[in-house]
Design a protein around this ligand. Structure first.
Ligand SMILES: Nc1ncnc2c1ncn2[C@@H]1O[C@H](COP(=O)(O)OP(=O)(O)OP(=O)(O)O)[C@@H](O)[C@H]1O
Length: 258
């Protein structure tokens, strides 16, 4: 049974059809690439899958405990609780807060103490706070930012801010992780480190990963399967070797070397 099934998904913005009748089926532990020229509808599709936008038409079904549940149009925080997490194309961190606090805040869905326990600083509050802090530190070790845990997020170089975003997404304990252009703005060394990190977290957390990326060498190297969007429509879906040869894909990129 698939983990995520998208059928006839459509999003209209006035007269513009940004996502048009898209079908996708994603299985557990797959690493999927979502590519397409600028304005093809990739981010809009992510926004539909993560509850930022409500679909105009179509369905998004998530496998929840063995049963397919419709999640299209649910609020983003409910979708996060169901196990979908994402990073954004334009980095969204709490820039004035420390690296550690950025991860701790992302863990709020897993915190069990109530506001009264927090106000009166009960033993349960301190116990849970200590656990959250330890888990946040562990996640920072995974993304190799532990040494920078006390720095303000805004002081990290760009590539490290992107890794911090990944740690924040992991903090919600997702089943599926959506990465929106994770390598954007990275130098070749940072991109190589990112490639390693993506493989590592996929194995360590049993993750299914879907990534939007313009860096074709990254996509073709790490993705097991690729969906291609063009003008909102899915024009191809397959393994990298097949996508590279697909005439419609080559035409969509107007000779871009993929
Ligand atoms: N909120 C919105 N209101 C109106 N039009 C929108 C909105 N969001 C996206 N669009 C339009 O929908 C189309 C698809 O945009 P989208 O950002 O999803 O493309 P993309 O494939 O992610 O592009 P890029 O690779 O440049 O990030 C574009 O024509 C864009 O201008």
């Amino acid at each position: 049974m698939s983990l995520l099934k998208v059928s006839g998904l459509t999003k209209n913005f006035g007269g513009l059809c940004a996502v048009s009748n898209v079908n996708m089926e994603i299985n557990e532990k797959e690493l999927i690439g979502l590519i397409g020229p600028n304005g093809a509808g990739k981010t809009t599709l992510f926004n539909l899958l993560t509850g930022v936008y409500e679909p105009s038409e179509g369905s998004i079904q998530l496998n929840v405990d063995g049963a397919m549940k419709e999640i299209g149009g649910l609020k983003p925080y409910i979708i996060t609780r169901l196990g979908l997490a994402r990073t954004f194309q334009n980095i969204r961190l709490f820039k004035e807060l420390s690296v550690l606090d950025n991860v701790k805040i992302a863990m709020h869905k897993n915190i069990h103490y109530g506001s009264l326990q927090a106000i009166f600083r009960t033993p349960a509050f301190y116990r849970e706070e200590a656990l959250v802090k330890e888990r946040a530190k562990d996640l920072l070790k995974v993304v190799n930012l532990y040494e920078k845990r006390n720095e303000k997020a805004k002081n990290l170089p760009y590539g490290e801010q992107r890794r911090l975003e990944i740690a924040r997404a992991l903090a919600t304990e997702p089943k599926i992780l959506f990465l929106d252009e994770p390598a954007a703005g990275m130098n070749p060394q940072e991109t190589a480190d990112l490639t390693k990190l993506i493989h590592q977290i996929k194995e360590q957390y049993n993750l299914t990963i879907v990534l939007i990326e313009h860096d074709m060498s990254l996509v073709m190297t790490i993705c097991e399967r690729i969906y291609v969007l063009d003008y909102g429509k899915c024009i191809a879906n397959g393994i990298p070797e097949v996508i590279k040869q697909d005439k419609r894909v080559i035409k969509a990129y107007l000779g871009e070397d993929i």
